[in-house]
Design a protein around this ligand. Structure first.
Ligand code: NAD
Ligand code: DAU
Length: 357
């Protein structure tokens, strides 16, 4: 007889990485999933549409800060783990308005930890031993690198520079404290920039794809020489599955793609792919516009992911070229999803950030 599937409570599972994680967990039949999501502007039920009739998936709309609701879900579904993706995630929005970042990323994570800890403290035996609180975080907590600095390791001191990064660093601190103080079996991952299907088009790669196709300017901040370390989202999801199953409580794991590229190089590659797939009268590169820099813009991120490789046997499968081609093709072939996210809120954001009328 096959053993019953473990249940995961996935918070923020209607967002970009969360939805990719939930879809992959269900596709590979690795877990029954309860998705808890507040459905902010970034949450999108259309991303979970393939699971509409899946008896092993349940969607619940709600806030990670709602202790009563979370306690109820934990009692009802008795998950083997919580995977916390729920967050405000866009740096530019945190610069415009830090408050929602403090609310969800700091206070929300704190409330989720407290509720999880009470649940875990009442578990016994194997269920208590195997329970995990997996917290999904970012490389931005480490700050910015110079051109010749070695990549961030798990022991690089925190030096967050944006309200977003500072709120994630605070959350990571709370997660660590719940391990040291209460013994809650937490694991934190710090990942580099993700890209792929279902990413909200406020972030660099989907923004550039959609702006290019709409014949609009491609706004590169500053001199375009800022460097990010890009990881295809399915590789991040595979890493998280490994961390859940094999990671050690109290540990942190850095996840990255060894794909350091300047923003200018990324935008050029997007334009070149679009030129080959959907050629216009001139190259999409002609739409590139250098605009005012992001305040406090971190110059370079790079991740040393040797601990993930050495201890958990994980390695990314996609190169940037293969991952970007898949991503561009996904945006070209999913017009319904795109129409769904181009709501009034998105138009308001474009107008505010880029002065588009
Ligand atoms: P996203 O903005 O696409 O999705 C966030 C999701 O969380 C949305 O569905 C939103 O509705 C939900 N949410 C927000 N506040 C909530 C609350 N209070 N309660 C419940 N749900 C809430 O973000 P993403 O890019 O998928 O990132 C997911 C996580 O991974 C975040 O914690 C982020 O910091 C981290 N991360 C992201 C990247 C990246 O490149 N996108 C890289 C490393 C780490
Ligand atoms: O490093 C991990 C982080 O990556 C995650 O924690 C964040 O949630 C995620 O949003 C991302 O943060 P970035 O600020 O690096 O991503 P973003 O896509 O906003 O920007 C990537 C780079 O592109 C950055 O150097 C800023 C630049 N950029 C971005 C936008 C939106 C532009 O030049 N123009 C733009 O319009």
């Amino acid at each position: 007889m096959t053993p019953p599937l473990p249940t995961l409570l996935v918070t923020g599972g209607a967002g970009f990485i969360g939805a990719n994680f939930v879809l992959q967990m269900r596709q590979r039949q690795q877990a029954t999933v309860i998705t808890l999501d507040k459905l902010t502007y970034a949450g999108n039920l259309q991303s979970l549409a393939p699971l509409k009739d899946d008896p092993h998936h349940r969607f619940v709309r709600g806030d990670i800060g709602n202790r009563e609701l979370v306690a109820h879900l934990l009692e009802q579904f008795q998950p083997a783990a919580i995977v916390n993706f729920a967050a405000e995630s866009h740096v530019d929005r945190s610069i415009v308005s830090p408050e929602p970042f403090l609310q969800t990323n700091v206070l929300g994570t704190g409330a989720l930890l407290e509720t999880a800890c009470r649940y875990w403290q009442r578990l016994t035996g194997d269920r208590r031993d195997r329970f995990r609180f997996l917290h999904v975080s970012t490389d931005e907590v480490y700050g910015s690198l110079g051109p010749d600095d070695p990549p961030f390791t798990e022991t690089t001191p925190f030096a967050p520079n944006s309200p977003y990064a500072a709120s994630k660093a605070a959350a990571d601190g709370l997660v660590r404290a719940f391990f040291h103080t209460y013994g809650l079996p937490v694991i934190t991952t710090n990942c580099s920039n993700n890209y792929g299907p279902y990413q909200f088009p406020e972030k660099l790669i989907p923004l550039m794809i959609l702006q290019a196709l709409a014949g609009k300017p491609l706004p590169i901040y500053g001199d375009g020489q800022n460097v990010r370390d890009w990881l295809y989202v399915a590789d991040h999801v595979a890493a998280l599955a490994q961390v859940w199953q094999k990671g050690l409580p109290g540990e942190t794991y850095n996840i990255g793609g060894r794909n350091e590229l300047t923003n200018r190089e990324v935008v050029h590659q997007i334009c070149d792919l679009l030129d080959s797939r959907q050629p216009g009268p001139q190259s999409y590169r002609a739409q590139i516009a250098f605009v005012k820099d992001r305040p406090g813009h971190d110059r370079r991120y790079a991740i040393d992911c040797r601990k993930m490789e050495r201890e958990l046997g994980w390695q990314p499968q996609e190169t940037f070229a293969t991952g970007l081609a898949k991503t561009v093709d996904w945006y070209l072939t999913n017009p319904d999803w795109i129409a769904g996210v181009r709501s009034g809120e998105y138009q308001t954001w474009l107008a505010r950030q880029y002065g588009e009328g």
